[in-house]
Design a protein around this ligand. Sequence first.
Ligand code: ADP
Length: 631
Amino acid sequence: MEQKQFKAESKRLLDMMIHSIYTHKEIFLRELISNASDAIDKLYFKSLTDDKVGLSKDDFAIWIYADKDARTLKITDNGIGMTAEELENNLGTIANSGSLKFKTENKLDEENQIIGQFGVGFYSAFMVAKKVTVISKAYGSDTAYRWESEGVDGYTISEDDKTSVGTEIILELLDDTDDEQYGEFLDTYRIKGLISKYSDYIRFPIKMEVSHSRPIEQSEEDKEAGKAPEYEDYIEIETLNSMVPLWKKSKSELKEEDYKHFYTEKFYDYNEPLKYSHVVNEGMPSYNALLYIPSKAPYDFYSKEFEKGLQLYSNGVLIMDKCGDLLPDYFGFVKGLVDSEDLSLNISREMLQHDRQLKVIAKSIEKTIGNELKKMLKNERDKYESFWKEFGIQLKFGVYSGYGINKDKLQDLLLFTSSQGKLVTLDEYVTAMPEDQKYIYYATGESAARIEQLPQTELIKDKGYEILYLTDNVDEFAVKMLMNYKEKEFRNVSSDDLGIENTEKQEEVKAKEEENADMLKAMADSLGDKVSKVVLSKRLKSHPVCITSEGEITLEMEKVLNSMPGDQKVKAQRVLEINPDHDIFAKLKSIENDSEKLGKYASMLYTQALLIEGMPIDNPVEFSNLVCELM
Ligand code: ADP
């Protein structure tokens, strides 16, 4: 018979499974049962609209047979089955072609990552078996087929005489070694344990013939003679799973462990969730939900490939794996599921979008998530800050997008790094404001350390006012959308009016500026369209110069907007501010009549200011030459 080859990637995964040092090889059973359950789901779904299926809900079951003599474990289902082509496509290739891109130093780490992130499905059978046989007959097909493989060398497909629709998977277990007792997977007790640990909530019965022994009824004489009773074996069919999904169990029955375990298994996350919530809503529509906040953002979370959504069940039947309409984008990091009896089972995807019940559920879920986050912020600050580190930017995007339509819902969930070296909420900021502080001050830059150095922050810090450090691209846009918080306006430290009363000093600077109007104009002229004007600074204390902007577009926004794709570039109106109390001002005065030299000074100071601001400079070589020349 023709030996077929696995696709290259599958081969690698298979090879990894065969040589696995993964510590939880037992998960193979969960994977096979989950596949069986999915297959039954599909046929059950069909049976609702197609009488030809000829099975009703109670007829569906998964069976496990353990044969200790032959050392085989067999798992069967009467689900949808696979055609020869499907056997070839589904088992010869792995679905997740991205799953092998992990590369870590540590083999176990890599395995954990791969197995954790994706759930390796069917191939996990090769962690415990030397040979795997899949016999399957697809619904609607006349012929059954047998797929056999002993690992990386390939597989064969041939016809089989199986008569009933469904799939049978036979594992020939590996020989026991000093480290691994594969034979224990044939042990009834061990199998029962695994089912209750991983597959308890599977909606179809997982059945097994379990042998027990019982004492044989003794005759009166034997009893009187005190003879020891003899025992006989008998077989009983047991259902190993409770079939009640976790989310339908009562909360009092469940432990933290159960929720966390369910999460790591179901959502293939190697990390425990940061937070979970079990929602039981008796109202209209009634629904149960399990919501989880992951502790780490998935590797693709900030990429286009990421798809938000919750699993959607209608009375225990999965109808959609990722229902995006259940989550607003800004809560897109939430994982979990919703189960409602008030949703029609054979509702189509297109209809779902317009389903009123679904909208009501989504609203209610959104509220729950918001409240959970608020609670966490209030009671578990450390946890919240670690959540913020992973997903905070998503909330800021939420404030900004849709022209700020959701800002009221989100503003109290925001955290900002402040000049006090910690994360603060807007409420904390405003509450701590001294009486005479008019505005909520913020400064923008690529890192807190960078902002710390900005000359523009000096005066405000000197007054003892706190400054919010905006370091993400979206920050300033979000703040612009908020406009104010508790009636306090946001103010960029670079803006013209800082609302700081210091009239005496301001008057003084103003007078000086008028006195030197010609010189400042000459400097501005020599800089051409680089700046809109050169002024004397009211905010600088020890630094010689800084760059600020006037008008709607700030320097930070210029940076962000110009980094986006598109030809249209924007330019902030730059203002070069010179510190009138700095020695450099005296120097400028001394050369004020030498227009060529004044121009060179203007150019050097302008470039210096750009450097401090973290902006690119036009011509580093020219700048360097200029510095040498003036020295
Ligand atoms: P996944 O379940 O994540 O898709 P698997 O490797 O476990 O990946 O399975 C690959 C595919 O093989 C499944 O998507 C399904 O189409 C098919 N399959 C596996 N087991 C069965 C089964 N018992 N009955 C029908 N189809 C199955």
